[in-house]
Design a protein around this ligand. Structure first.
Ligand code: F6P
Length: 512
């Protein structure tokens, strides 16, 4: 398969310059990946053969591209990317989006200025965002990413898992009478979120008149009726519609915790960056478009070269949650094995894992350098970072990329005088592909561009593979099964369960 020599390909100036791309605050270098000029031409041709431009237009104009759920996919409308004047439907949806956005902005400004107080008459000093999956990962990732450049106006905590340790951590040292709770849930039915919500309501009741505790709650949801039914006031409910998938919902009021934490201007800058990222993905020719080229490169390594796994290594701790965020975005979107028409395919899906560098170097990088499996790597570096550590981070990322690409031969080791018996252990094959994504800085605009970049790459990959990147039926069965098992545990009745399930649940019941 590896008819590529990266050492050779990297010496070809013409090829390398063709594999460098720029989009706003992002630069992308694909020169260390396993593509030659012939592959490049074929891949670009694939964009036309798969009607990628037309399919993107279909998405942006509200066609039912989420075929299994018969829904449009309009998260890009949230950041105003699309020319919404093209249909009455889009005009109306944009009006709705703007209205909810404005409602959220006014609310957040009133919290910051003290016009909105807690029911105890205190200024809001902390916010707990309860949510999971797309209602947590995006906001929590961005909140951390921006933390070195922006100051908090209020303390923000994220609560997603139902483990009591998480609850204790999220509420630790907070004053329940000065805390506001954002319940972020598209469906408002998610088990974990509702369990945490009930726990938090009890915690809020300490020191407060329980009749008013629910006034401390804010809901972000597309199921307003359920939030109202729970007792959340209509003026505290911010909506988005079901044409925005959970993992694509950051630009909706789901991102409210970012606005509460850093102010509405920062949130709007994030949206501005996302809008720019969207327009980059649609502009220019295919040969020079970073988003298209990155999607094609991922397609090539996965489908043509058969590399199913990918590592994402941000060389900044500020992007510590980025791999987890990307895992949902990429794996929930592209982890499918049938096409739109239901035909089985085994060519799609990418398993993603990652950890900030340099930490990753001291844990799993050994596998990437010498295991029999080849795992392409995305190195994400920040150009304008903290000067004290920036050199070290950048240099380490590039050194790793070079070590993967060039490796070290037995001949070189021999010349260095390495003992014969150690040579096989120290040989590094090289030819291991990686990309470098260089971000100008950790500003809200740049982070917005990065998010939109990956979101659009996912949409393009969905089109190239002919799969629905917007449903997640696989998650549903597990939800159903856990609901049944909870009933069995509550009733302490394990009849009708298979032997393995009975064994572990019995052990749990014995221990409790
Ligand atoms: O279980 C997966 C999932 O449905 C994700 O797609 C979604 O982001 C998450 O659960 C949370 O869902 P909700 O926002 O409806 O609570």
């Amino acid at each position: 398969m590896l008819a590529y020599s990266l050492a050779y390909l990297l010496s070809n100036e013409n090829r390398c310059s063709k594999l460098r791309f720029h989009e706003g605050n992002l630069s992308l270098d694909l020169s260390r990946t396993l593509v030659n000029e012939h592959d490049l031409a074929q891949l670009v041709d694939l964009l036309s053969r798969r009607l990628v431009d037309q399919r993107l237009v279909d998405m942006h104009t509200g066609q039912l591209v989420n075929t299994s759920e018969k829904r449009p996919v309009l998260h890009t409308l949230l950041r105003g990317t699309i020319d919404d004047s093209s249909s009455e439907y889009l005009v109306n949806e944009k009006l709705f989006i703007n209205e909810q956005h404005q409602k959220m902005i006014d609310f957040v400004n009133k919290v910051h200025s003290g016009v909105i107080l807690t029911p105890n008459g205190k200024r809001v000093s902390s916010v707990i965002n309860i949510g999971i999956g797309g209602s947590d990962l995006g906001p929590a990732m961005v909140f951390e990413a921006l933390s070195s450049n922006y100051s908090n106006l209020v303390e923000i905590r994220y609560l997603s898992n139902i483990d009591i340790h998480d609850f204790n951590k999220a509420t630790k040292d907070l004053d329940p009478t000065a805390t506001m709770v954002v319940v972020a849930s598209k469906t408002f039915t998610t088990f974990e979120t509702l369990l945490n919500l009930n726990r938090v309501v009890s915690w809020l009741s300490q020191g407060s008149d329980s009749r008013y505790v629910k006034d401390q709650l804010v809901a972000v949801t597309s199921a307003q009726d359920l939030a109202l039914h729970f007792g959340i006031k209509a003026e505290n409910i911010f909506q988005f519609k079901n044409y925005v998938g959970g993992r694509f919902s950051l630009a909706s009021p789901i991102g409210m915790s970012i606005a509460l934490g850093y102010g509405v201007q920062v949130f709007d800058e994030l949206l501005e960056g996302m809008a720019q990222g969207d327009s980059f993905s649609l502009s220019g020719n295919h040969e020079s478009n970073a988003t298209m080229q990155f999607a094609l490169n991922l397609y090539h390594h996965r489908t043509v070269l058969g590399m199913q796994t990918r590592a994402v290594l941000p060389y900044t701790s500020a992007l510590g949650r980025f791999p987890a965020y990307l895992q949902q975005l990429i794996m929930e979107s592209l982890g499918k094995s049938v096409t739109h028409s239901g035909e089985v395919t085994d060519e799609c899906g990418i398993m993603v894992f990652g950890e900030p560098g340099t930490n990753a170097q001291h844990s799993f990088m050994q596998y990437l350098h010498q295991s029999p499996q080849i795992v392409p790597v995305d190195f994400i570096v920040i150009l304008d970072a903290n000067p004290k550590s920036a050199h070290g981070l950048l240099v380490n990322a590039i050194a790793q990329a070079n070590a993967l690409a060039i490796g070290k031969s037995a001949t070189d080791l021999n010349l260095e005088g390495v003992p014969e018996d150690l040579i096989p252990h120290q040989v590094m094959q090289g030819n291991r592909p990686s990309s470098v994504i260089a971000i100008k800085d950790l500003s809200a605009v740049s982070i917005g561009q990065l998010i939109a970049f990956y979101e659009n790459v996912v949409s393009i990959l969905g089109i190239l593979w002919g799969i629905n990147a917007y449903d997640q039926w696989g998650v549903e069965l597990g939800k159903e099964m856990s609901a049944n098992l909870i009933n069995s545990i509550n009733a302490r009745n394990l009849d009708n369960l298979d032997e393995s399930t009975k064994w572990i649940l019995q052990k749990y019941l014995d221990a409790n």
